[in-house]
Design a protein around this ligand. Structure first.
Ligand code: GLN
Length: 192
């Protein structure tokens, strides 16, 4: 299996290390040509405005959108989730608009840059130890989107999705590439 990681900015190397550990070929993707022959794609965490700006400059927005709409399995983590989403609450920025959710960037507040939590995930027997770094949460989900994990806002008591699936599109607010747990990447390989 050949798995690409969008290698414009962010922690694509960590993702590629995980997929290689799982026995797949891991390739860095920076051009439309490098999207060919992939069985799955990962869009890493980093800074979503930078990823969006570089993807525009590299002519990747339409090719990425077309491949994903045509069924290429994809995992977006953190900034990757934001880049996949239909829209962003409060900000205007380039997005692929293939995942029917509205995301709220830096949703946990600027003070809480980073934290870790054990998350119950639908379909997984044991919780996932999730690392959140200036993370988004999902503000609104479309009807075709399954929520696989959510967190509760202690302020309002509202639930906010942090792991969703829409067909072959998986997206997490957290960083599964930063722990030893490979189950989220295995899920991507299973939908491929
Ligand atoms: N805060 C970043 C953004 O809005 C995402 C952070 C991350 O990917 N760890 O793009």
């Amino acid at each position: 299996m050949r798995i690409g990681a969008l290698a414009l900015q962010g922690d694509f190397r960590e993702h590629l290390a995980v997929v290689r550990k799982l026995g797949a070929e891991g390739v860095e993707v920076r051009t439309p040509e490098e999207l060919a022959d992939l069985d799955a794609l990962i869009i890493p965490g980093g800074e979503s405005t930078t990823i969006g700006r570089l993807a525009t400059i590299y002519g990747l927005i339409d090719p990425l959108r077309e491949r994903i709409v045509a069924g290429l399995p994809v995992l977006g983590t953190c900034a990757g989730m934001i880049f996949l989403a239909a829209a962003t609450k409060r900000y205007e920025q380039p997005q692929l608009e293939v995942l029917d959710v509205v995301v709220e960037r830096n949703a946990f507040g600027r003070q809480v840059d980073s934290f870790e939590a054990d998350l119950a995930v639908a379909g997984l027997a044991d919780p996932v130890h999730a690392v959140f770094i200036r993370a988004p949460w999902i503000h609104k989900v479309g009807s075709d989107v399954d929520v696989l994990a959510a967190v509760t806002d202690p302020g309002t008591g509202e639930e906010h999705p942090v792991f969703v699936r829409q067909g072959r599109i998986l997206a997490t607010s957290f960083h599964p590439e930063l722990t030893e747990d490979t189950r989220i990447h295995e899920l991507l390989m299973e939908v491929s």
